[in-house]
Ligand binder design. Structure first.
Ligand SMILES: *[C@@H]1O[C@H](CO)[C@@H](O)[C@H](O)[C@H]1NC(C)=O
Length: 257
């Protein structure tokens, strides 16, 4: 009889332990599931925030472009008015005649300027280049201004961003940097191995884009180099802002021998 009770007890114990084990496995499964779902929710939240940031930035660019477009339209209106406006011009014979600007030839100076820019440049040394597009800010990184607008003396290289003095003399070197929103940068103007000048600019407040210009003067021997680089001493971040309404640029010219 005791043997029977004993067997029943053992049976109950085994069943209980087995149940416990199954419960525990179920619990672990549910816990795993919950963890996975929490990770998924976190991932989706991050993705949402990233999208919002991108939208903010695009909205900002749109706003700037709209403003620029408005300016171009205004400028066109102004020019049209100017072109069609008549004003009195005194003729050689002493009489007055109503003439339009085109007839008076006030736009001829543009053609004259083009003539000056072509042909022989003599020993002039001057360069001017800007960035065609926005780009990420990297630490201790030489900036490349890819669009060359002026390059008398052919000292500027738009592949490397480096200006090599074609002649010895005193030079003015200057750079203008527009940081994009939520960006900050410390920028050096380098001449040979020296940091000749530094500027700091940041756009971390609201939708500001605060540009900065740095200007240095340096003696450069023929073959000496100058370029613009993000500082090694500051963790610059964000991106540079260079679109049709605002350009990051690099300029230099020789002022004397
Ligand atoms: C870059 O420089 C080369 C060589 O001087 C020139 O031919 C080219 O037009 C320049 N590119 C731009 C976009 O200014």
């Amino acid at each position: 009889m005791y043997k029977f009770y004993y067997l029943v007890l053992v049976y109950l114990f085994v069943v209980t332990v087995a149940d416990e084990k199954i419960n525990q496995e179920r619990f672990l499964k549910i816990e795993r599931l919950l963890n996975e779902q929490r990770n998924e929710i976190e991932r989706l939240t991050n993705e949402g925030e990233e999208m919002k940031r991108t939208l903010d930035i695009q909205g900002m660019e749109m706003m700037h472009l709209k403003k620029a477009m408005g300016n171009v339209i205004d400028e066109n209106k102004h020019l049209n008015k100017l072109l069609n406006s008549e004003s009195k011009t005194r003729l050689v014979d002493g009489t007055d005649k109503l003439m339009r600007p085109k007839e008076r030839g006030i736009f001829n100076h543009k053609e004259r300027r083009l003539l000056v820019n072509s042909g022989d440049h003599g020993d002039r040394v001057a360069f001017y280049a800007f960035m065609s597009n926005n780009e990420a800010i990297l630490k201790h990184h030489t900036l490349t201004f890819d669009v060359t607008k002026v390059n008398y003396g052919s000292g500027y290289n738009n592949n490397t961003g480096i200006f090599t003095a074609p002649a010895s003399g005193v030079y003015v070197i200057t750079t203008t940097i527009h940081p994009f929103i939520n960006s900050a940068a410390s920028i050096d103007i380098i001449v040979n191995n020296n940091v000749q000048g530094s500027i700091f600019t940041d756009s971390t407040e609201g939708y500001e884009t605060n540009a900065a210009t740095g200007i240095v003067i340096a003696w450069m021997n023929q073959g000496d180099v100058s370029f613009v680089r993000t500082s090694a001493n500051y963790n610059s971040y964000g991106s540079l802002y260079s679109i049709i309404i605002n350009r990051c640029s690099f300029t230099g010219w020789k002022i004397s021998d």
